[in-house]
Write a protein that binds this ligand. Structure first.
Ligand SMILES: [Mn+2]
Length: 414
């Protein structure tokens, strides 16, 4: 058998964050969730799969209008017209309490109910699918604990929307332990909810999150897609991932070390972003992070830099690159300062940061101050549990401020 497993389609996700960026291709990004679903249907047909498994969050939330539901039914019809059977569970984003109206899916599509777990067995395929949908978004029960026993002699698949034992950035819904899933005796847990791909194997059991089909914001970077699974009559043989995303979110770090000025920074960004876009092989939404230690000219103001880059990149990519944001994470560059004396002072401070002996000596030098001018403050600090003034910890804490103040004075800024 050939199975296609997808989850977290989030059809018509509004991509709310986009609206605040001038010039954002809002319609293009919004339609990306639909383009990704079309690609997964194309793939299912081209690969001649027997079954499509949908692990929840088909919809992003309540429909803006009935068009969202009609469109999804159209995609389901494309599958069943090709003789492909479809199994669906709903997750937190499309729980019964969230989607107030449903459109009956075409014959050949089975949507698991939310009353309790159930099992579907097909006449003509050696397959049993077990599943349960969410009644409400905030489902805190361990749904997997109630899933039925495997059907002997068949490939058993558990279709479930779950955070497993907890995943950062994902609400802890239908929590369960991976070990408990493996102990259930199924061949495959086709999971949804976690938007990053994960594949674990525990004995003969595979635990699989295909991830979402289309990244929705700058934190959902990288390739997004679905999993193709082949089985023999009793077990999983192979799993591989196929990209279906229509637009890719990329974070591109750009090293600005020793950049000679704003023009140089621009050139470096354009080169790095064009490379990332080519690697993605599709339209890209890009967040640039300027890193390293630029030369004396600095990197300029990120927002005016962005404006220039938006124009350059759109021109170079026929509008296929959209620059979401430019973040300045550079450090001021010591080595580029003209005065060797300045570099020497700063170098000394940097060495000091890792030189406990000298730090201890410095703390010792401060000790008379502790007893005199800073006496009251030092006593308060000790009472608060803070380190005393004349300590290695206090000296270390103050080094960055000392460095900044020395630099300001030496560069004539104050
Ligand atoms: Mn989701």
């Amino acid at each position: 058998m050939k199975l296609l497993h997808c989850a977290d389609l989030h059809i018509d996700s509004p991509l709310l964050g986009l609206a605040r960026y001038e010039g954002a291709p809002v319609e293009r990004m919004r339609s990306a969730t639909r383009r990704a679903v079309e690609r997964l249907v194309d793939l299912a047909v081209a690969e001649n799969v027997d079954v499509v498994l949908v692990g929840g969050d088909v919809f992003d939330g309540p429909w803006r209008d009935v068009g969202t539901g009609l469109w999804w039914n159209g995609q389901l019809s494309r599958l069943v017209d090709e003789g492909i059977r479809v199994f669906v569970v709903h997750g937190n984003h499309d729980a019964d309490s969230v989607i107030s109206r449903r459109i009956r899916p075409p014959d050949g599509v089975h949507v698991f109910g939310s009353d309790g777990p159930s099992t579907e067995v097909l006449d003509d395929l050696p397959l049993a699918v077990h599943g349960q949908s969410y009644a409400t978004a905030a489902t805190h029960d361990d749904l997997a604990a109630g899933y039925p026993d495997p059907v002997p002699g068949l490939v058993n698949v558990g279709l479930l929307h779950t955070s497993l034992d907890g995943r950062e950035g994902h609400a802890p819904y239908a929590p369960c332990r991976p070990g408990a899933l493996a102990a259930r005796g199924y061949d495959l847990w086709a999971l949804g909810h976690v938007h990053g791909r994960e594949h674990h194997q525990d004995g003969p059991t595979h635990l699989l999150f295909p991830g979402n089909t289309q990244g929705r914001h700058a934190r959902e970077t990288g390739a997004k897609g679905v999993s193709l699974i082949t089985t023999d009559d009793t077990s999983v043989r192979s799993i591989h991932h196929v990209e279906v995303d229509a637009v890719r979110w990329c974070r591109v770090p750009v090293d600005c070390t020793e950049a000679s000025g704003v023009d140089d920074v621009e050139d470096r960004v354009v080169d790095a972003v064009i490379d990332a876009w080519r690697e993605a092989g599709r339209p890209a939404a890009v967040r640039v992070e300027l890193v390293g230690r630029p030369g004396r000219g600095g990197v300029g103001d990120p927002s005016s830099l962005r404006t220039q880059l938006v124009a350059d990149l759109a021109h170079r990519s026929d509008g296929d690159i959209w620059l979401e944001k430019v973040q300045d994470r550079t450090q001021s560059d010591v080595s580029a300062l003209s005065s060797e004396a300045v570099a020497a002072v700063v170098g000394a401070i940097e060495r000091l940061e890792v030189d406990e002996h000298t730090l201890a000596d410095l703390a010792e030098l401060l000790r008379p101050l502790q007893g005199a001018t800073a006496g009251a403050r030092a006593r308060r600090s000790v009472a608060d549990g803070a380190p005393p003034l004349a300590s290695v910890a206090t000296v270390t804490d103050h080094l960055p401020a000392v460095r900044e103040q020395l630099l300001s004075r030496l560069e004539g800024r104050v």
